[in-house]
Ligand binder design. Structure first.
Ligand SMILES: *Cc1c(COP(=O)(O)O)cnc(C)c1O
Length: 363
């Protein structure tokens, strides 16, 4: 294995744990349990462990291999699969997860059979689509019917409750009204099956504002939270919430300077296409001091999703393995071998933690 120190992402596990504790505490005040979502950080088991130490009710991911890694690392909490299962993975879902989110009766029937084979009872949450238009039942009569089918006929499944997801595809806000709709559906099902559902799962980070602003419908008792704990950034940047009770610098991306030169800011010659087949606008700002870094789009996705910590430093472009900084107005000098630090967001987090070329370092 190549032993390189950079690029790297540094993860402050103490900050991570404190963020978990802060979110769990806020939610507990409203009787809400939290499943810590590890997919944003690519299921890094050390992070899953911090979710556990911070007091979450369970661990959740869209991907089975991440759940398996967490279990192998010694995280022993109820495991929830977030992405509705593929038919081809039902055996593994039952083997690895205590519970899954579901929206297809054919899949529920396969899960029931897989659970029978393994001598287990698998818990399911039936998903309602309230307008965000990703997974879940749009037809709520059908949803109630399927819930009754699970309750009455699929004896190796346990109908744990209902859930919804908002703010992922359709950008629909998790308002109190939307979540009231979910509670209404839950109560329709409860009336049919003659018992209370244990879980009414009100969404992910985008539903956390209801807790912070104090207008979460009473019966919502579960959230599946990743970003709002891991980075605590989106609710601040996009919803204007005060997230100062959490650390927003748990992750730091670091890359190494490999070249520093004064160069024209406009390419010289006949303009055609860049490394990805596009022709960006190049602004002519004359000769400027630039630094080249040993990190590229393959490592973090897009230059719009990384944020230099140095004042006066601007990311002006990148190709697969190189990133170009304008450092003309920087407040410090840069030379080859120097390290540049960046804050990241969810879009770059999913890349940097999932990239073989980026070292993961715990601090
Ligand atoms: C990813 C996901 C979540 C958690 O999302 P965050 O924004 O990281 O909190 C919750 N529920 C489902 C179904 C998901 O796919």
């Amino acid at each position: 294995m190549v032993n390189q120190s950079y690029p790297r992402v540094e993860i402050n596990l103490q900050y991570f744990k404190e963020n978990v504790e802060a979110a769990v505490k806020r939610c507990a005040e409203y009787g809400i349990k939290v499943s810590g979502v590890i997919k944003g950080t690519t299921g890094i088991p050390e992070c899953a462990k911090m979710f556990q130490e911070g007091g979450v009710f369970g661990i959740a991911s869209s991907r089975l291999e991440q759940i398996e890694d967490a279990k192998n690392y010694g995280v022993d909490l109820p495991m929830l699969l977030l992405r509705v299962p593929m038919h081809s993975e039902v055996d593994e879902v039952v083997r690895l997860c205590d519970m899954s989110l579901n929206s297809e009766v054919s899949t529920l029937e396969l899960l029931d059979r897989a659970a029978a084979k393994q001598g287990k009872i698998h818990k399911v949450i039936i998903m309602a689509d309230l307008g965000d238009l990703r997974e879940g039942y749009w037809d709520k009569d059908e949803m109630v019917q399927v819930a009754c089918h699970v309750e009455n006929e699929l004896s190796n499944l346990h109908l744990a409750g209902v859930g919804t997801n908002l703010g992922c595809y359709g950008s629909i806000e998790a308002t109190a009204d939307k979540l009231d709709e979910l509670v209404e559906i839950a109560e329709r099902i409860e009336a049919e099956i003659g018992r209370e559902l244990e879980i009414i799962s009100g969404g992910g980070t985008t539903s956390f504002p209801r807790v912070l602003l104090g207008d979460m419908p009473k019966r919502i008792n579960h959230l599946r939270m990743g970003e709002g704990i891991i980075l605590a950034r989106d609710l601040d940047v996009f919803f204007g919430l005060d997230m100062s009770f959490m650390h927003q610098d748990t992750y730091t991306l670091k890359a190494e300077v490999i070249e520093v030169k004064d160069k024209p800011s406009h390419p010289v010659g006949k303009i055609s296409i860049d490394a990805f087949g596009h022709t960006p606008e190049y602004v002519d700002r004359g000769i400027r001091k630039r630094a080249l870094l040993g990190i590229g789009k393959v490592d973090y996705g897009s230059i719009d999703e990384i944020f230099p910590k140095d004042k006066g430093v601007e990311v002006i472009g990148a190709s697969s393995d190189h990133t170009i900084l304008d450092i003309e107005d920087a407040e410090r000098e840069f030379k080859p071998g120097d390290i540049v630090s960046f804050g990241i967001n969810y879009a770059s987090l999913v890349y940097v933690t999932n990239c073989r070329n980026v070292q993961i370092v715990f601090v």
